[in-house]
Design a protein. Structure first.
Length: 57
């Protein structure tokens, strides 16, 4: 497996982890999965900093 393929697999895996993390924080897994495809580790950082979603009242 060449370096680009390994990078793509790692980036894709991170996006799936971020989707699961988003669901744990009561956020949309699909939206955060898409964001993660573009931002990668930055999306992980944002999820952790933002924390749990607050319900609209």
């Amino acid at each position: 497996m060449d370096d680009r393929a390994q990078f793509a697999v790692g980036w894709g895996t991170l996006s799936l982890i971020n989707a699961g993390l988003a669901r744990a924080y009561d956020r949309s897994g699909l939206i955060w999965w898409l964001i993660s495809l573009f931002l990668g580790p930055i999306a992980t950082f944002l999820l952790v900093i933002l924390g749990k979603a607050r319900p609209f009242v």
